[in-house]
Ligand binder design. Structure first.
Ligand code: FES
Ligand SMILES: [Fe+2]
Length: 398
């Protein structure tokens, strides 16, 4: 089913390659400058997008066994992720029910129970309160309503997605629109984490715009990737999620070949983005490896933080660590000194108020669609979720 969808998509890309065309939106779109630099607007985006939708929090491979855990902070929320005794992922606010201390220090490991460092209340890997120290002296506490606060979580395609606001459940299927089934073909479930690094960046949308934009590649990245790299993009969408691919001329040669002979690597080539904050790219260091970028808003409208996690499909110890380390250094530099350095000038300039709008061309339809979804979700009320994900937000791009 997922492969069938990729074949359909690739047929469309081949048609573009044969005709020498690119995907185009019906018109040029203006995005108000203050959508990038107004603090109130930014707070709405944090509350209605980052605190309300699933975010990529971690990778399945980080939880190899029952009781594997990782404690981390995401967009200001301390989170405890843990695989319970039955192998299911659980997510909690990493906050003690007694007086609110952080229960588990940031980091990862394996533990059947978590002891709060303040007064030693204990919790298990389902977040249940196991015991209150000196309970006879403390007084009676009902364990059934004093466990850790659960967050909706779902493990898909080798990734762990969670919602930062406590809720009984979340309709992850509605959110993914089938995209998770296609992402599963990337094989993250069988990958190892081989590196991780962070890059400080500009406003989160200025940063994210760049991941959907091939128009800038041979210009901004001429010194790093070179001028030979294409600047044409085709966009495929699953609800708010988009894949960006290059309609490379050689695709035309596939037109007459039977589909069964189309290599999987070709079907999977491109940049996979997961709304609102993830970009997945494939690179090579004597073998493929992935860079998964997770973007989060920083503390203010003009800052963001991006975590780049590197996954390798090779078994531990067999991956080309030295080659990957070199590429990591390169990718950190490109994003920091080229993309985000430019993004910071954009943020500064937009804040001057000299221009009321910025423009997304007909060839930048992916960016147009991203902003349509951001606007729709900022305006959406609680009752619009999850139905909103089945809407056609547009624009039509072809
Ligand atoms: S705050 Fe955790 S035991 Fe007191
Ligand atoms: Fe870039």
């Amino acid at each position: 089913m997922s492969r069938t969808r990729l074949i359909e998509i690739t047929r469309r890309h081949i048609a573009h390659a044969v005709a020498g065309t690119v995907d185009q939106a019906p018109g040029i779109r203006s995005v108000p400058a203050d959508h990038y630099c107004d603090s109130q607007r930014w707070q709405l985006e944090v509350d209605r997008i980052f605190r309300r939708l699933p975010l990529l929090l971690a990778f399945s491979t980080e939880f190899p066994k029952p009781h594997s855990y990782r404690a981390l902070e995401v967009a200001g929320v301390p989170i405890l992720l843990v695989r319970n005794g039955k192998g299911s992922m659980r997510a909690f606010v990493n906050m003690c029910s007694h007086r609110g201390a952080q229960v588990v220090a940031e980091g990862s490991g394996e533990a059947r129970r978590f002891l709060c460092p303040y007064h030693a209340w204990a919790y298990d890997s389902n977040g249940a309160l196991l015991g209150v120290r000196n309970s006879g002296e403390f007084g009676e506490v009902d364990p059934s309503c004093h466990g850790l606060t659960p967050l909706p979580v779902s493990e898909r395609a080798g990734m762990i997605f969670g919602v930062l606001s406590p809720a009984e459940s979340f309709d992850f299927d509605a959110f993914f629109c089938g995209y998770d089934k296609v992402l599963a073909l990337l094989g993250f479930a069988d990958c190892q984490v081989v590196g991780r690094q962070a890059v400080e960046g500009p406003n989160w949308k200025i940063a994210y715009d760049g991941y959907l934009d091939f128009y800038h590649l041979p210009i901004l990245h001429r010194e790093s990737f070179g001028t030979e790299i294409g600047d044409k993009a085709v966009y495929d969408a699953w609800g708010p999620h988009q894949k960006v691919s290059m309609p490379l001329p050689y695709l035309a040669s596939l037109e007459k070949k039977p589909e069964e002979e189309w290599p999987e690597s070709l079907l999977l080539a491109g940049i996979w983005t997961i709304f609102p904050h993830v970009s997945i790219g494939t690179f090579d260091a004597d073998g493929p490896f992935f860079m998964i970028s997770q973007l989060f808003p920083g503390e203010r409208v003009d800052s963001s933080i991006t975590y780049q996690t590197f996954l390798s499909p090779a078994p531990p110890g067999q991956e080309n660590r030295e080659g990957i380390a070199k590429q990591m250094e390169f990718l950190h530099r490109v994003v920091r000194d080229e993309d985000y350095a430019t993004g910071k000038t954009i943020g500064r300039n937009l804040a001057t108020g000299a221009k009321a709008n910025v423009l997304f061309g007909r060839n930048e339809g992916g960016g147009q669609r991203f902003h349509s979804w951001v606007d729709a979700l900022v305006e959406a009320g609680e009752s619009d979720l999850p139905e909103i994900f089945s809407r056609d937000i547009g624009p039509e791009i072809r």
